[in-house]
Design a protein around this ligand. Sequence first.
Ligand code: PMP
Length: 423
Amino acid sequence: ASARLTRRVPALWAGITEAFKKDTDPKKINLGVGAYRDADGKPYVLPSVLAAEDKVIAQRSDKEYLPITGLADFTKAAAVLAYGEDSLPLKEGRVAITQSLSGTGALRIAGAFLARHYPHAKSIYLPAPTWGNHIPIMKDSGLEVKTYAYYDKKTVGLDFEGLKRDMREAPNKSVFLLHACAHNPTGIDPTREQWKEISKIMKEKEHFPLIDNAYLGFASGSVDNDAFMLRHFVSEGHQLLLCQSFAKNMGLYGERVGTFSVVCADKEEKARVDSQIKINGNDRVWASKLWIPELTSGLPRSLVRPMYSNPPVHGARVASTLLTDKALNQQWLAEVKVMADRIITMRSTLYDLLNELGSKREWGHIKSQIGMFAYLGISPEQVDRLAKEHHVYLTRDGRISVAGITNHNVRHLAESLHAVTKD
Ligand code: PMP
C-alpha cells in the first residue's frame, strides 16, 4: 500500500482521550467525549432502557434478519415522535422512512440519496462550523461540501445576517444541512422567530433542507419543544430529509438506532422513494417529479442493500418498546428530562462559579447555549494551557461536553478556566 493509504490521521478527540488517559493527576477532567455522563461522571444506562430490554428478552424473539427498511413498529413510532401526532404528511401517508445505523448511518443514506436521486445539486451546504463527521460523510457520498455562515466569533452567537446572506446567494434548489436543535459543536440555535425567517428564505429559494436531529428531547428536556424547527418546516410545506438518532436521547449509542425519512409530495412519490431506498436491481419504471431515477449509470437502485443489507434488530426492539409501551414511554420521557436538566444545571453552576471567582469575562453564552456542548469562545492556546497546567481536556476549538461536568469537578473547571482567561 502507498504511504498515503497507510498514513494514520489521528482523530481530534481520540488525541484528547489518549492524553487524558496518560494524565495521572486525580483532578483531571475529560470534556471531549460526546456522550452523557451521570452526576458521578459515569456512563449512564437509562432505567427505562433496562426495563424495555428485560421486556424484549422475555419475549424470546428470534434473531432473523429484519427487512431492508428495518422494524416497521419502530420506524412508525419514531416518525410520530419526530413529526408529531398531528403531522399532515404522516396522516396522508407520504413519509418514506427506513431504519438506519443511528444518526451517522441516516446521514450516509441521505448523502447517497442526494448524490443519486436529487437532480438539482451535487453539493451540500453545511454550517460553519459543524459536527466534524458531516464533512467526510457527505464527501464520501460523492457530494461537494460547501459552507454557510453560522458562528459569530465576536458575539459567541449566531451570525444570522451571514446565514441569511449565504442562503440568498446560493443557487436555487441548493441542499442545506440544518441541525434541528442543540447545534454541535456551538450549542447555538436560531430562535423560533429566526427559524421562521430561515424557512421563508428556503421556500423562496426552493432550497432543500436536510435536517439532522441527533438531540430530540435532549436539548430542553421536552420533545415537542425540541421538535419545533422540524415541525415548523413541515407545516410550511417543505419537502425535506430527516436523520434521526436515538444515541443521545435513549443512551443507545452503541446499539446504532436511528431513522432516515423523506417527506414526499404525495403517496405516489413516497412509493417511488421507498423503492429507491429498498428495491434491488435496475427497474427504471418510476419517473418522479423530484426524484429522477438513475437512467444512464446502471447503478443498482437500492441505497441500503449494497451498503449494509439490513439494520440490527436488538436496539430497534428496545427503542420500539420505549416508544410504544405507555408506561415505559412516560418513564423514558421523564428520564430524558433528568438528563437535559442536569446539563442545564451544570451550565448555570459553571457560570455562577466563574462570576464568583471574579472573572471579568462575559460568560452568558455558557448558560444560553443549548444541548450537550458549550462553545467557550477561548483560543487553542488557552485550550492547551487548560490541558497542560490544569489537567482539563477539550477539543482545540474550545468546545466542552457539558455532560462531562459534575458537582465534584465543576469548581476545578471554573478555577482553571478563570486562570487561563484572566489576563
Ligand atoms: N449529528 C450530530 C450533530 C451529532 O452530534 C451526532 C453525534 N455526535 C450525530 C449526528 C450522530 O451520532 P450517532 O451516529 O451516534 O447517532
